[in-house]
Ligand binder design. Structure first.
Ligand code: PEP
Ligand code: MG
Length: 325
């Protein structure tokens, strides 16, 4: 079965009745793209840029960032490369940025909150991304957003970045799409209010599950409570997807749930446009989608959304998978 999945890597992820889903890869450095492409990735749905910033004692320069983003954009060869702006804080401290002690780092100064205060760092990063946009299709993705005001502020800084580049007579892409990670309950619950400020959404289930269920994603003691099939999580995901579709922006997912073959029929039934995952998961998720019809996916969505318990949802999806195999 797995060997067959690999042989099918170049086939599109399309349901039996013709609905196409984009399967993309999560990468942490440009060098990871080649392997992802071999496994069937159609672009990068999440480039975690923080890996450029970690494990060193100074911030990377605009040139250094530009080189990395350009390599990723060029590599994707016509496919979209979604570059997430700096997502540090929480479980990802930076030695050269004094965050200071926080009682609750996951509820503290992290991600977009840092970028909107350290606008110097943010502008540098945005300039590097805009310049890379001349070498491929790139998009900017903002992490940990909770309000439309943050998106508007980020867009204002993006405008400043373009103005600076124009003054410096640099080449840059003027039309880079801007989207957000929907990874806080606040963003999911207000998706219809955020969509007008966005070109796309990407649902980050790793944090969305943690914040919705109040369950630390890294604490083994509470790991049994951590499930992307919890009814609260499923409802937030569904509401986010419906809001995006109603307002005509594309919506993807880049948390671990996107690479879970059990979840794929549910997400397709909800109307997801793109799934971005760690590359080794792509062949099996693709095989599930190619074996699915939209009708049955929509029925599964309805059935799962009516269940009051994560274990029941999982059992239901496992049963379907066995019967479809
Ligand atoms: C997420 O939160 O789902 C996500 C993809 O981001 P990270 O795992 O890097 O926090
Ligand atoms: Mg996250």
């Amino acid at each position: 079965q797995r060997r067959q999945d690999l042989a099918d890597a170049t086939l599109p992820a399309v349901t039996r009745d013709g609905v196409r889903v984009q399967l993309a890869a999560n990468i942490g450095s440009p060098g990871e793209w080649e392997n992802a492409r071999a496994l069937g990735a159609e672009g990068v749905g999440l480039f975690r840029s923080e890996f450029l910033f970690m494990g060193r004692d100074a911030f990377p320069s605009e040139e250094e960032q530009f080189a990395a983003y350009r390599q990723a954009a060029e590599g994707c060869g016509g496919h979209l490369c979604v570059i997430r702006t700096l997502d540090i804080g929480g479980d990802k401290p930076l030695a050269h940025l004094a965050i200071g002690h926080e009682d609750n780092p996951f509820l503290g100064w992290r991600a977009i909150r840092i970028s909107l205060e350290r606008t110097d760092l943010f502008r540098t990063q945005l300039k590097a991304i805009l310049r890379a946009g001349c070498y491929g299709k790139v998009a900017v993705m903002l992490p940990m957003v909770i309000s439309a005001g943050e998106i508007r502020q980020a867009r204002a800084i993006l405008t400043e970045a373009t103005e600076e580049l124009a003054r410096e007579r640099r080449e840059f892409a003027a039309d880079v799409p801007v989207g957000i990670m929907v990874e806080t309950p606040a963003a999911a619950a207000t998706a219809s209010l955020l969509a007008p400020a966005c070109d796309f959404f990407s649902i980050g289930t790793n944090d969305l599950v943690q914040y919705t269920l109040a369950v630390d994603r890294g604490n083994p003691k509470v790991a049994p409570l951590y499930s992307h099939f919890h009814p609260a999580v499923l409802r937030l995901i569904d509401a986010t997807i419906q809001a995006a579709r109603q307002q005509g922006i594309w919506v993807g997912m880049c948390g671990e749930m996107a690479g879970d073959p059990l979840a794929a029929p549910l997400l397709v039934g909800m109307g997801i446009d793109e799934l971005s995952m760690s590359a080794p998961s792509i062949p099996q998720v693709k095989a599930v989608i190619r074996n699915l019809s939209i009708c049955e996916a929509q029925e599964m969505r309805e059935a799962a959304l009516a269940m009051d318990d994560a274990a029941a949802v999982r059992a239901y999806l496992e049963k379907w998978r066995r019967s479809a195999a």
